[in-house]
Ligand binder design. Structure first.
Ligand code: AMP
Length: 284
């Protein structure tokens, strides 16, 4: 059985009955797919109480983005979570799906949690300058409300994960974070709620993102890192929003001693912005 909460006050009452270390959290914006479900399954396997939040957070959308058209499919999402509840019968699952943004940002709300510096200025932040502030603010609040001792995120949003890790470290929050692998379609395209905006033709074009990242990975594994960087720079000059190689531990610039890499790419296909990434360890 799933407990559904639409009001913050009811959700807080529910959470009050549990200890932090029994609670796992999976924050989402809903329109769940197998990527989200992999996070929820992992959480269910590890914790007595799993909290899934479903909230299309207005603060992480910039003007002109798809806040109004973002797919909101609560009934479908509850059915999917229900199918997991039928497998994990000995676990508790609660869904917190605020009925309205004012449940999270009541009248007069005026606080922002913001991670500063290089990590929050590069890659996606260049075209979405306030996006990560919106993410850290809502995730901080969800950490507080859920009292979770552990939270699960996807590698698909690699930069987001690294920023949340930094926030958790800097503010000494009592929560552990786990990054789960990217779940993909058979074609290799990373699952995303936004993939449904793609036409068949655009879907074919979108496969280039994954293929290109794999080409860069092959160059790095052959120890041709400089070549890989030039390859990326050239594609950035063409049509990639970004294609970059960073240190996977902290998203710093790579240098001659780097062994842990992450290749991050962003390609706009029509009006749909697709991101993907791949970690490479050259000692592996
Ligand atoms: P979203 O609903 O897009 O905010 O995503 C909620 C969580 O699911 C985030 O931690 C995402 O990184 C994660 N997620 C989204 N797509 C995938 C995917 N294809 N594989 C694994 N995790 C994902």
């Amino acid at each position: 059985m799933i407990n559904l909460y639409r009001r913050t006050s009811d959700f807080k009452n529910y959470i009050n009955g549990f200890d932090s270390h029994h609670i796992g959290l999976v924050p989402t914006m809903g329109n769940l797919h197998s990527g989200h479900l992999s996070l929820i399954k992992e959480c269910l396997s590890n914790h007595e109480v799993t909290i899934v939040t479903i909230f299309v957070n207005p603060k992480q959308f910039s003007k002109g983005e798809d806040l109004d058209s973002y797919p909101r499919t609560l009934d479908q999402d509850l059915n999917l979570i229900g199918s997991l509840a039928r497998i994990f019968t000995n676990k508790k699952i609660a869904v917190f799906a605020p009925s309205d943004p004012s449940q999270i940002y009541p009248d007069g709300f005026s606080s922002t949690i913001s991670v500063e510096g290089n990590i929050a200025e590069i890659l996606c932040a260049k075209s979405r300058p306030d996006h990560f502030k919106g993410v850290t603010t809502v995730v901080y609040k969800l950490f507080q409300l859920s009292k979770a001792g552990h939270a699960y995120f996807g590698q698909k949003d690699f930069q987001q994960f690294k920023i949340l890790e930094k926030m958790t470290h800097d503010l000494e929050l009592n929560i552990n974070l786990t990054m789960m692998p990217i779940v993909r379609e058979e074609s290799g395209l990373a699952l995303s709620s936004r993939n449904q905006y793609l036409t068949d033709d655009q879907r074919n074009k979108s496969l280039r993102l994954r293929k290109t990242i794999n080409q860069v990975k092959d160059l790095i594994t052959q120890n041709k890192v400089k070549e890989a960087q030039v390859f990326c720079q050239n594609l950035e000059k063409e049509d990639f929003e970004y294609l970059q190689i960073k240190n996977s531990k902290n998203l710093n610039q790579i240098n001659d001693t780097t062994t842990d890499f992450v290749i991050l790419g962003c390609l706009n296909i029509g009006l749909t912005r697709l991101i993907d990434n791949q970690m490479v360890n050259i000692n592996a």
